[in-house]
Design a protein around this ligand. Structure first.
Ligand SMILES: [Zn+2]
Length: 272
């Protein structure tokens, strides 16, 4: 059985050097077209999607999250590994460390956050008690441990609207609410994946301490530079996880009544 797995690359992760001879494909969805790379490994179809587009051209609040997840669903993807660059609110989550997310706090404001927004869909309230796939999280953690990487097996991700960075006051508030890392793209991506019944793991790389904790002002350049130095950890970890992933697993992500609803709508088609 062929497994279909997707990587969504965040800031600093724009290419898929792990794919031999990748082919660019365009998938049409009712939310817009999505350009991604397709490659093959034994018994695996691998897709790579750059969240911010070529050259980081799309800001976090304008990423077409629904098109991205709808396209992956259309392709039959069973598991998504998504990377994000984050600021840290927790002293022990140091720059350079990886964090395997297990919870989020949603502070986004303007982006469409659901597939179930009327438009012919029934009213659906998807359970979000454990937003990230428990099985994939464990697989990534086991692999990170085996590779000896500096990582945290859980972390609460605060998603802000961006594109500006946070104020020091906001960071103090997020910290009091239980947030441990902060970024601008993790939500609604994980929510949409759950609505679509796709297993989703979010892995963050801490690029800096957040506002008011870091001794100097934040800059995108700092984030990119940190990703350049440490980003290969993502590749190493995710490729090694892929190698040991079993052909099937038991989790509840796909066993939801709404899991295949988004496939029932017209106007989705794959193009070569
Ligand atoms: Zn799952």
């Amino acid at each position: 059985m062929t497994m279909r797995i997707a990587f969504i690359g965040g800031t600093g992760f724009y290419a898929a050097p792990f794919l031999d001879d990748p082919k660019e494909i365009l998938v049409g969805t009712r939310y817009g077209e999505v350009r991604l790379l397709e490659g093959h490994k034994p018994d695996q179809e691998i897709y790579f999607l750059s969240r911010h587009g070529a050259g980081h051209s799309v800001p976090p609040h304008l990423v077409n999250y629904r098109a991205n997840i709808a396209a992956l669903k259309e392709l039959g993807v069973q598991a998504i590994f998504a990377t994000t660059a984050v600021g840290s609110l927790a002293e022990e989550m140091e720059p350079g460390h990886l964090v395997i997310l297990d919870q989020f706090l949603d502070f986004t404001k303007s982006r469409p956050g659901t597939f179930f927004q009327g438009e012919g869909f029934p009213v659906v309230h998807t359970d979000m008690s454990d937003p990230y796939c428990s099985f994939l999280r464990r697989e990534v953690a086991v692999t990170a441990e085996r590779l000896g990487l500096a990582f945290h097996r859980s972390g609460c991700y605060v998603c802000t609207e961006g594109p500006r960075f946070e104020s020091a006051g906001e960071i103090r508030m997020y910290g009091k609410l239980g947030g441990q890392v902060v970024g601008m793209t993790g939500v609604p991506e994980v929510v949409l994946a759950r609505e679509a019944g796709i297993c989703y793991a979010g892995v963050s790389l801490v690029t800096n301490y957040a506002a008011g904790i870091s001794p100097h002002p934040l800059s995108h350049e700092e984030v990119v530079e940190m990703m350049r130095k440490n980003g290969e950890q993502f590749l190493t970890l995710l490729m090694a996880t892929l190698q040991t992933l079993p052909p099937q697993w038991d989790c509840s992500c796909e066993k939801r009544p709404e899991a295949n609803l988004i496939l029932t709508l017209p106007s989705s088609e794959a193009k070569g």
